[in-house]
Design a protein around this ligand. Structure first.
Ligand code: ADP
Ligand code: MN
Ligand code: MN
Ligand code: MN
Ligand code: MN
Length: 358
């Protein structure tokens, strides 16, 4: 799939990948950068580890990532979660990190710290989240993969959950990512091809509390990393192609003890009132460029107006038909854009429904 400018010799590489590491272990430290992307670098460890407490704090040059000024450039990376590394395998690991400034405060782009406090404070409510991550695959020219050069494919219709040549693109990358997520222990719950060709979705969840953001961020790292091997890039832009093409979202499914127990519909109705009152605050952290996507068309609600309904895909929030029927369950916040930070999204939902952190 990669074109001739990509130099990759898998057969030769395999010989080296299988060399004995002599007991030492590679830890890929991963962090979130200033652009909502991910960065990573590798540390050799003397032996295998089984918990984040065994891992040293590390640092990076924040002036090279827009996360710190040049005259005070050290940003600290603090391990918060470990995942098996599907690329290097064996005892090698991926290490998700929080970013911290040298004065002991969380880095401006560390949204996990605040979210973790909120989740901790309201842990007794047992918040579960399920995220639907939509994304677009781009070829080396920056145009959606498989689209005619500088042109457009036929109108939307055959592509959603499509099967067959000309209806789906990059299934190989999608499958590779799915397997990589499973290997790493990501709670990935499904995949589907989307309405716009070269756009796909995967779901992660249900996950409780802060684990939602951790798993989603690591799944994004895996997606970028897998696609890199195929010479394809991943866009999380909420409206990659203007016009009559669906945008990309991060639908956020939410429940807690109150919504899941008998009569939970009452708690869901109460939640709608609270969410309506803070619509503007939510939109502010639901992703950049979301105004291009939330137009009230293409299965979205209008960005300026909160609305909800049963089985309504044109509202801010959808209550699934089955939930209305059962009188309990979860609701789907359809507003977050594909590029939103899941820590901010899940954090503000807990804050709006239950109040701030202690
Ligand atoms: P859609 O019909 O909107 O495309 P999906 O099947 O893609 O729905 O995603 C629904 C997601 O809802 C699932 O991935 C799952 O993780 C999540 N979910 C299911 N039950 C709950 C629940 N009780 N609380 C939170 N999330 C849930
Ligand atoms: Mn250096
Ligand atoms: Mn979905
Ligand atoms: Mn979708
Ligand atoms: Mn959805």
């Amino acid at each position: 799939m990669a074109d001739s400018t990509v130099v990759s010799n898998t057969e030769n590489l395999l010989k080296y990948l299988s060399l004995d590491q002599k007991g030492r272990v590679l830890a890929e430290y991963v962090w979130i950068d200033a652009e909502g992307g991910v960065r990573s670098k590798t540390k050799t460890l003397p032996k295998a580890v089984s918990s984040v407490d065994e891992l040293p704090e590390w640092n990076f040059d924040g002036s090279s990532t827009g996360q710190a000024p040049g005259d005070n450039s050290d940003v600290y990376i603090r391990p918060v979660a470990i995942f098996p590394d599907p690329f290097r395998q064996g005892d090698n690991i991926l290490v998700l990190c929080e970013t911290w400034d040298s004065d002991g405060s969380p880095n401006k782009f560390n949204h996990r710290h605040e979210a973790a406090k909120l989740m901790e404070t309201h842990a007794s409510q047992h918040f579960w989240f399920g995220l639907e991550q939509e994304y677009t695959l781009l070829g080396q020219d920056g145009w959606p993969y498989g689209w005619p050069k500088g042109g457009f494919p036929g109108p939307q219709g055959p592509y959603y959950c499509g099967v067959g040549t000309g209806k789906v693109y990059c299934r190989d990358i999608v499958e590779a990512h799915y397997k990589a997520c499973l290997y790493s222990g990501i709670n990935i719950s499904g995949i589907n091809a989307e309405v716009m060709p070269a756009q796909w979705e995967y779901q992660v969840g249900p996950c409780e509390g802060i684990q939602m953001g951790d798993h989603l961020w690591m799944s994004r790292f895996l997606l970028h990393r897998v696609a890199e091997e195929f010479g394809v890039s991943i866009s999380f832009h909420p409206k990659p192609i203007p016009g009559d093409w669906n945008g990309a979202g991060l639908h956020t499914n939410v429940s807690n003890d109150a919504t899941r127990e008998e009569g939970g519909m009452k708690a869901i109705e109460a939640a709608m009132k609270k969410l309506e009152a803070r619509h503007v605050e939510h939109i502010a952290v639901y992703g950049e460029g979301n105004e291009e996507r939330l137009t009230g068309r293409h299965e979205t609600g209008n960005i300026d107006k909160f609305s909800y309904g049963v089985a309504d895909r044109g509202g801010s929030i959808r209550i699934p038909r089955q939930v209305a029927k059962d009188g309990k369950g979860y609701f789907e916040d359809r507003r977050p854009a594909s590029n939103a930070d899941p820590y901010q999204v899940t954090g503000i939902i807990v804050e709006t429904l239950c109040g701030g952190a202690n």
